[in-house]
Design a protein around this ligand. Structure first.
Ligand code: 4FD
Length: 207
């Protein structure tokens, strides 16, 4: 079972994507254990402040050190990698998904606001990943994208047919156009070769 901890100020954002379809089934089948933590709960004081003004001035608020340090010290287990989700991180792709899927446990830190105190990166980040060259309001959507991409690479998450198809796809082979019934949809026809049952010919067409 792979364990994933997510540190966020907006735990509600994860409700939809992780409670439907394939991720939901992976959790129900004991393949994935996903825990969402609101690190505001780790902020000291009556008001649980998580952000503050930037030293040296400038627009926007900066995430403070203490709530995130406290959360990590309370939750992170030995060997667990902590991954920061930022636009500056190394670019996510299918190979990185495979790399992450091989880990026993991961923790994701979803930053917000204009950024976070640099000492968090220096002291806590084991890795820093970006899902692409654009800026979002937070690291939550990147966390969901990454968890989805790595979950479907865990043994038992996809059905055996889909998993076999994936194997060929990762080798760059078996991606071909798909069709299903009807053979004629409003005059849009399925290629004749797929209808005649000649499997050698079909294989050649797909290549
Ligand atoms: N492209 C990505 C990740 C996070 C993000 C944030 C510093 C902004 C895009 C730290 C600045 C976090 C990405 C939150 N936007 N925004 O993967």
């Amino acid at each position: 079972m792979m364990k994933i901890d997510i540190l966020t100020l907006f735990p509600g954002m994860f409700k939809g994507p992780f409670e439907e379809s394939i991720i939901k089934r992976a959790v129900e089948n004991g393949i994935l254990d996903i825990r969402i933590h609101n690190f505001r709960e780790f902020a000291p004081g009556r008001h649980h402040h998580v952000d503050d003004y930037s030293y040296g001035g400038g627009e926007g608020m900066v995430l403070k050190c203490e709530p995130v340090f406290n959360a990590v010290e309370a939750l992170k287990e030995p060997g667990q990698k902590l991954i920061f989700l930022t636009p500056q991180g190394r670019k996510f792709n299918q190979a990185v998904a495979g790399e992450l899927a091989a880990e026993k446990s991961l923790m994701f830190f979803c930053g917000h606001y204009e950024g976070f105190d640099e000492r968090l990166r220096e002291a806590l980040a084991d890795d820093e990943i970006s899902i692409g060259d654009y800026v979002l309001t937070g690291g939550e959507l990147p966390a969901m994208v990454i968890v989805d991409a790595l979950a479907r690479r865990l043994p038992g998450v996809l059905g055996s047919a889909a998993a076999a198809h994936e194997d060929s796809f990762s080798e760059g082979l078996l991606e071909y156009p798909h069709y299903t019934r009807p053979a004629d949809f409003r005059g849009l026809k399925v290629p004749e070769v797929l209808l005649n049952g000649n499997h050698a010919e079909i294989r050649r067409w797909r290549l």
